[in-house]
Design a protein around this ligand. Structure first.
Ligand SMILES: *Cc1c(COP(=O)(O)O)cnc(C)c1O
Length: 395
């Protein structure tokens, strides 16, 4: 595909792979090899010196992985990207590759549980300080940045509170003190939001979720807007060794082709599920960017191409009601993770965010009664039917 940026998103998904196949294969082959032979001593020396483009060793680069990296960079409007073994390998590569001892990070308080643990418990050991605020409130970000702030790290919509941070405002604030804005865009996928267009410097994804979409692999990717940041990220990946595997990359490339139609379908379902929940007498509140009751409904319209497939809600009976609901669903799977073709239900306070202390959890809006729902592509009447019969069991 020549000039791929001229084509629509779904055409890019199907026809642009960043791989040129000499046999004309319609799909990207799996280069299941750890190493690559050189034509001569000079050839090997030139490749390692960077004078010649060529593959040397799979941790450093591999054609199957490269195809995925080029494709996701195109979809996210970045200059290039680095694929990693997991979403957390992507997060740690961002921290380790872009921060130094003495630096300060301002992060959303409602981030993926492990992203917070990594900053608070591990990056702190290397002299990186962090402050957690509700980045959906720009005043809190303003108050938290210091001359030492080198990174503002946001997740939008936030996990699992569904609060939305203003990407453009966060980028301007970060840049005003010489910091980078990093956006964990896992909840949107490149189909619903492209943070680089709003000023973000780095975008990352847990590929495990929407990009792969079939709940069969774990992976991550980091996209850089500019070359200097990209080369730091690639250097960190190569030396810390969190690289993706070629077979893993192949599965992601396969799953990615249907990203657009998967999200379209799941989003249609999610809208209906959110409306059903909002009108149900046992539900206390529903947070879904597609409902007018969402506190940042207007901002969602501005920076997202659709409200997505993730819903958070709280039951009137709190923790006990939540347990009853989760113990009684018959089709939806009681499981962590999200963004796949199957509907998943989980309870953050006892599952994904159980390692975050209760006080910090409550402060971040992750109440004991909060239930997180990832809507899949099943028949919507079956999803609603399943929820409905499980809600009936709550006394
Ligand atoms: C799942 C997830 C991660 C971590 O990704 P893994 O692939 O599980 O390592 C990071 N951020 C968000 C928002 C996630 O949902």
């Amino acid at each position: 595909m020549e000039n791929p940026e001229k084509y629509g998103f779904n055409s890019q998904l199907i026809h642009y792979s960043g791989h040129h196949d000499s046999y004309g294969a319609a799909t990207v082959p799996i280069y299941q090899t750890s190493t690559f032979g050189f034509a001569s001593a000079q050839d090997g020396a030139d490749c390692f010196a960077g004078i010649k483009q060529g593959y040397m060793y799979t941790r450093i680069g591999n054609p199957t992985i490269r195809a995925l990296e080029r494709q996701v960079a195109l979809l996210e409007h970045g200059c290039d990207s680095v694929a990693l073994a997991s979403g957390m390998a992507a997060v740690s590569t961002v921290y380790l590759g872009l921060l130094n001892a003495g630096d300060h990070v301002v992060s959303s308080s409602a981030v993926y549980g492990a992203s917070r643990v990594l900053l608070e418990q591990h990056m702190a050991r290397f002299g990186v300080d962090s402050t957690f605020v509700n980045t959906a409130d720009i005043e809190q970000v303003k108050a938290a940045v210091t001359p030492k702030t080198r990174m503002v790290y946001i997740e939008t919509p936030a996990n699992p509170t569904m609060e939305i941070s203003d990407i453009r405002a966060c980028a301007e604030l970060a840049h005003s003190v010489g910091a980078l804005l990093v956006v964990d865009n896992t909840f949107c996928s490149p189909y619903l939001s492209n943070p680089i267009d709003f000023g973000a410097d780095v975008v990352l994804h847990s590929i495990t979720k929407f990009i792969n979409g079939h709940a069969d692999i774990v992976g991550g990717i980091v996209i850089a807007g500019k070359e200097d940041v990209y080369s730091k990220l690639r250097n960190a990946m190569i030396n810390f060794g969190g690289n993706m595997d070629p077979h893993q990359a192949y599965l992601v490339i396969r799953g990615l082709k249907t990203l657009g139609i998967r999200i379209d379908r799941a989003q249609d379902n999610a809208r209906k599920v959110a409306e059903f929940l909002a009108s149900h007498p046992k539900v206390e509140w529903v947070k879904y960017p597609g409902l007018k009751t969402h506190p940042q409904y207007d901002l969602a319209q501005k920076q997202m191409k659709g409200p997505g497939t993730m819903i958070s809600f709280s039951l009137k009976g709190g923790l006990e009601a939540g347990r009853t609901l989760m113990d009684n669903v018959k089709m939806c799977i009681l499981a962590v993770s999200l963004g796949g073709v199957e509907t998943l239900i989980q309870h953050p306070a006892s599952m994904t965010h159980s390692k975050v202390p209760q006080e910090a959890r409550e402060k971040a809006g992750i109440t004991d009664g909060l239930v997180r729902f990832s809507v899949g592509i099943e028949n919507v009447e079956d999803i609603i039917g399943d929820l409905s019969q499980a809600l009936e069991k709550i006394r």
